[in-house]
Design a protein around this ligand. Structure first.
Ligand SMILES: NC(=O)C1=CN([C@@H]2O[C@H](COP(=O)(O)OP(=O)(O)OC[C@H]3O[C@@H](n4cnc5c(N)ncnc54)[C@H](O)[C@@H]3O)[C@@H](O)[C@H]2O)C=CC1
Ligand SMILES: O=C(O)CCC(=O)C(=O)O
Length: 428
């Protein structure tokens, strides 16, 4: 019999945590059912002409999980592993993330099954425009507002904004966030998720009374989130001893010079492969290093029942969405590993996306220090609230974050439903 543990479904991980928090809140069964399921799941198929002249079909998704707190918000992922269950989980996490941080948005997520590394820029543009056209009735500044996620960035968001504007016959900046500045983007959005991760990491270190300048960290993933998390923590004196991307993982006990690594990455087609000043290690071993902070910043389910017992980090900051599966939660808790959950730890991105959406809607342009200060205030407040609720209910920070989010969304959803059911009186 195989001893291989089956990879946990990220949607199931979301539901497992949801159920624990819902039971503590004593949530009504009907509202529980409603909040577990997405409001809408859309599958689109479209084809584009590749650069070599052939036609290729692509499948894409957009899942709107919940809109009780506001227009749905969430990134679009380009990856070969994209599937509906993954997008459903990511969409629900967006709902809880906005609720925990007090951002007036609901949750959504999208994705296209493709490998962006093998597609040219013009092919990516055609894919993005075709996907946008197929979803032109779903997106909208007051309806559903996409943003970047794995495999996408300001280019894709700019094309989406342009295509949506073409369909609607006018320029509509606020339909998407994470755009280039010249397309109506906000200062600070590119680095916002990593900045948020660093703010949360420093707060977690403080909780365990570890001085940043005496601490060590390992970071999995060196894309938008991993790179900026590494840079900001390096600037605060944290010694980053290991980093990885999909091509390579490496270790340097004396600490990696992150600005130098970023220079190397930019000169080498956005990969860290072959960086000289360190020792190559196995990808999976990065997660098991004896460090103060482990920052998974790549993808879901990298810490599971299989390796959780071997984790030696004191703190895990979930920079990625869903890097720890629910079957690993108990093991980590029993081993006193402090896990700061994704729906708080990586909320810096959606927070500055909210600022971008506000600036677009108000035709304003904010200064960077104003943006960073507001971001810091929101995340500090989120962190304090999560840890206060965790202490009150004697639960992990993750379950505390779910309690806060579910309570807020359930209350708003219930009020809306009562209003819908109320008899309509005719006015004279
Ligand atoms: N971009 C954003 O603003 C936000 C992203 N996130 C989450 O953060 C995570 C990363 O997203 P981005 O940085 O935007 O994506 P990205 O596409 O910019 O970077 C992903 C990185 O992960 C690496 N990677 C992939 N598989 C790996 C593996 N097996 N081992 C090691 N590294 C691996 C890639 O090589 C790349 O360096 C995702 O879970 C995403 O949902 C969360 C909040 C906001
Ligand atoms: O910036 C946003 O609106 C959403 C970013 C995102 O997809 C996420 O937080 O997972």
């Amino acid at each position: 019999m195989s001893t291989e543990i089956i990879k946990q479904n990220p949607f199931q991980s979301m539901i497992d945590r949801f159920n624990i928090a819902a039971d503590i809140l004593n949530l009504d069964e009907s509202i529980k059912q409603k909040l577990q399921r997405p409001e809408k799941q859309i599958v689109v198929n479209f084809s584009i002409t590749l650069d070599n002249g052939t036609e290729k079909n692509f499948e894409g998704y957009r899942v709107i999980h919940n809109t009780a707190l506001g227009p749905s918000k969430g990134g679009i992922r380009y990856d070969t592993a994209v599937n509906l269950d993954e997008v459903k989980a990511l969409a629900a996490w967006m709902t809880w993330k906005s609720a925990v941080t007090g951002i007036p948005f609901g949750g959504a997520k999208g994705g296209i099954i493709c490998d962006p590394r093998t597609l040219s820029k013009t092919e990516l543009e055609r894919i993005t425009r075709a996907y946008t056209k197929a979803l032109a009735d779903i997106f909208g500044p007051e309806k559903d507002v996409p943003a970047p996620d794995m495999g996408t960035g300001p280019d894709e968001m700019g094309w989406l904004m342009d295509e949506f504007s073409l369909v609607h016959g006018k320029t509509i900046h606020a339909v998407v966030t994470g755009k280039h500045l010249h397309s109506g983007g906000s200062l600070g959005r590119v680095e916002a998720t990593g900045r948020g991760v660093s703010i949360i990491t420093l707060l977690a270190l403080e909780k365990l009374k570890i001085r940043p300048a005496k601490s060590t960290a390992a970071i999995q993933g060196f894309g938008n989130v991993g790179l900026h998390s590494a840079l900001f923590l390096y600037e605060k004196g944290v010694k980053i001893v290991a980093v990885s991307d999909v091509s390579e993982a490496f270790y340097n006990p004396d600490g990696i010079n992150i600005p130098e690594l970023i220079l190397y990455y930019n000169l080498n087609n956005k990969t860290i492969k072959g960086y000289p000043n360190s020792v190559a290690i196995k990808h999976e071993d990065l997660l098991l290093l004896d460090v103060d902070v482990l920052i998974p910043a790549a993808k879901e389910d990298v810490i599971t029942q299989k390796n959780a017992k071997d984790i030696r980090a004191k703190i895990i900051i979930e920079a990625a969405n869903g890097p720890v599966s629910s079957d690993a939660d108990k093991i980590l808790h029993e081993n006193s590993v402090l896990v700061v959950p994704d729906i708080l730890a990586n909320a810096g991105g959606v927070t500055v996306s909210y600022f971008e959406w506000l600036q677009n809607s108000l035709l304003e342009s904010w200064r960077i220090h104003q943006i960073n200060k507001r971001l810091e205030d929101i995340l500090e407040k989120g962190f304090e609230t999560v840890f206060r609720v965790a202490a009150k209910h004697d639960v992990t920070p993750r379950i505390a974050a779910y309690i806060i989010a579910l309570k807020k969304v359930a209350e708003t959803q219930s009020v809306k439903e009562v209003a819908l059911e109320a008899p309509q009186f005719k006015q004279n």
